[in-house]
Design a protein around this ligand. Structure first.
Ligand code: DP6
Length: 360
């Protein structure tokens, strides 16, 4: 597949107006995407668990307009007009226009809400951009584009990537790879694909409890962070390491080797933050409570031998990952020892999910 496969042919139908709705989840990377080339091409492959509870629901209402000169849209979040989202969506539309040439023919109302509290510090770009891309794909279908379900998902992931890189891993589940990797033959830099190999029972219904450590606005956006990987002194080594870690995970997933899984996942999280601390300019997104939580997890793991581990996104919140069969004891520990380090004691219990759904 190349970019050209995603350019739409002429549409066979015309539409005056309509409405489509999709619900799309967030995802949590195990091997991280950090660093990109032009056109949202990742510097290294990444792999993520799709989540189940943290999601965005977006309705897209479209009305045919007179002229097709400019994009015309408004954004509503939780029932209120949200003009500060417009620049990001404008950029998204500009990037995808050649693949979705109907965009300037309609006025759009993008009505969106998240299941997680907004300004929780949970990135809504993955779920938000994928939900919007899926809505656009549904319109493309209504315009008469014939396509298989596989192509629909592939193009939805391709468009999502152009909105926000990690969003391309939210269309499907439960384990998604994005970025070319030599052992995963169908993997692509252009879109996410389902992880194609055997996964041991131990990883079924894996749990992710998200501790909301800091809900404030990040000082450095992901986009700026990605750019700081250009000319970063450790960039090449880091990109190679991501390839190696994904190779190692193939064996780990097959064997159900939880201890080796933990080592890779925690090392990936700390490496991501190490890249931030060693870029120029350097920055730190962890907070004191992030470190308190990490140390408590390590101590609890030493004492109990349970398979609890953490990962981090580009922020201070901590994702705690653990197998379903250890959930009762670990959740007890989280509630009694970790929740105190969260802002307003807020946390979200999530687990692996299977991707986006169309709402009728
Ligand atoms: C740290 O996907 O938010 O969460 O492509 O610039 O929108 P843009 O970046 P984004 O980066 C997320 C990076 C990460 C790691 C990951 O999800 O793989």
């Amino acid at each position: 597949m190349t970019e050209h496969n995603f350019i739409s042919k002429a549409y066979s139908k015309t539409l005056e107006r309509g409405k489509v709705t999709w619900e799309s989840p967030s995802n949590i990377a195990l091997v991280k995407y950090w660093g990109k080339k032009k056109h949202q091409i990742p510097e290294n492959p990444s792999i993520s668990f799709t989540l189940n509870e943290c999601k965005t629901m977006t309705s897209l209402t479209f009305t045919k307009k007179e002229s097709s000169h400019d994009f015309s849209f408004e954004v509503i979040l939780d029932g209120e007009k949200k003009d500060d989202f417009k620049p990001k969506i404008q950029t998204f539309f500009e990037r995808i226009e050649s693949f979705s040439p109907f965009l300037k023919d309609f006025h759009f109302v993008i009505d969106t809400k998240n299941t997680f509290p907004h300004s929780s510090g949970i990135a809504s770009s993955a779920s938000g951009m994928s939900a919007l891309a899926l809505c656009l794909m549904s319109i493309e279908k209504e315009l008469g584009s014939e396509m298989s379900e596989e192509f629909f998902n592939q193009k939805a992931s391709f468009l999502s990537r152009l909105g926000s890189g990690s969003a391309c891993r939210s269309v499907e589940g439960d384990l998604i790879v994005w970025g070319k990797h030599k052992q995963i033959t169908n993997s692509s830099d252009l879109y996410g694909v389902k992880y194609p190999f055997e996964v041991h029972e131990n990883f079924k219904n894996y749990q992710d409890t998200i501790l909301l450590v800091d809900k404030g606005e990040k000082q450095v956006s992901s986009t700026v962070g990605h750019n700081l990987m250009h000319g970063h002194p450790f960039a090449e080594e880091r990109f190679n390491q991501a390839h190696d870690n994904l190779s190692k995970l193939i064996h780990i997933f097959k064997e159900g080797d939880l201890n080796s899984f933990i080592k890779i996942v925690e090392s990936e999280a700390l490496t991501l933050h190490a890249m931030m601390m060693t870029s120029m300019p350097y920055f730190i997104l962890m907070k004191p409570n992030t470190l308190e939580i990490i140390n408590k997890i390590w101590r609890f793991r030493r004492e109990t031998n349970l398979h609890i581990c953490f990962t981090l996104d580009a922020g201070a919140n901590v994702h705690i990952l653990y197998p379903e069969k250890e959930a009762a004891q670990i959740l007890e520990f989280i509630k009694s020892e970790l929740v105190a380090f969260c802002q307003n004691e807020q946390y979200i219990c999530d687990r692996i999910g299977f991707g986006a759904k169309k709402i009728n």
